[in-house]
Design a protein around this ligand. Sequence first.
Ligand SMILES: Nc1ncnc2c1ncn2[C@@H]1O[C@H](COP(=O)(O)OP(=O)(O)OP(=O)(O)O)[C@@H](O)[C@H]1O
Ligand SMILES: [Mg+2]
Length: 269
Amino acid sequence: MLPVMSIPQTAGQAEAPAIRVRNLEKSFKQLPVLRGVHLDVARGSILALLGSNGAGKTTLVKILATLLRADAGTARVNGFDVAGQAGQVRESISLTGQFAAVDEILTGRENLVLVARLRHLADPGAIADDLLRRFSLTEAANRRVATYSGGMRRRLDIAMSLIGSPPVIFLDEPTTGLDPQARIEVWQAVRELAGGGTTVLLTTQHLDEAEQLADRIAILHQGRIIVDGTPDELKRLLPAPEVEYVEKQPSLEDVFLALVGTETEKADR
Ligand SMILES: Nc1ncnc2c1ncn2[C@@H]1O[C@H](COP(=O)(O)OP(=O)(O)OP(=O)(O)O)[C@@H](O)[C@H]1O
Ligand SMILES: [Mg+2]
């Protein structure tokens, strides 16, 4: 087990949602990006934030991670205000950005040990080995990251974000650019996180990813959350299709997975 970072919680925080956003607004010069965003994410749940390119997903995540300041409105993460209590928010979160932030020169294990040291955790080596195992990177542990495939980098990036067991994790497009097998491995890792009580807010452009992973889906469109509900609730927004008898064709993803198999040993390890 990883050591748990001690974020003191008051009684009120335990019941409050892990993320609470009210009337959040953000413009870049003349461009209004967020125009009154409301959002709650329950503790231990996975929320998928969907939206097309430029909808403002990364902007919202950056505000919640205290990397950007909102123009108006409020946001609380783990009970702390992102504007007034940025330090406590940062101790409560980790952010895996849209572009992997791993150090190419170091090995996978060295990257993990480095972050564990920076977080002042006891026994960084044991923490690194545990994460390498959980993310199927043990065999590649002592290779430079420069030799990793895109999927391996992504897995390492997510593993790095788990060091210190922050209660809230932001994953900005965690599976963009990954092959279907690697996506499934990342999904598995995200499910395990939420199963362990971590709150996950992930952004994605893939409806199937949201459907597979999320307890709730929120759609950001023209600066506002236009829908927020469970995958089933979202599907019920459309009328049920008329029953037709058609032969079910496998999707290309089914075909790809059938051909490459589900074995975990891959050529890139
Ligand atoms: N620092 C910035 N300065 C000016 N404009 C910005 C800045 N950051 C983002 N924008 C603009 O704000 C809008 C929202 O960008 P954002 O990156 O939040 O979208 P996104 O939903 O994450 O898109 P994608 O799916 O492509 O990642 C875009 O029009 C973008 O060009
Ligand atoms: Mg983005």
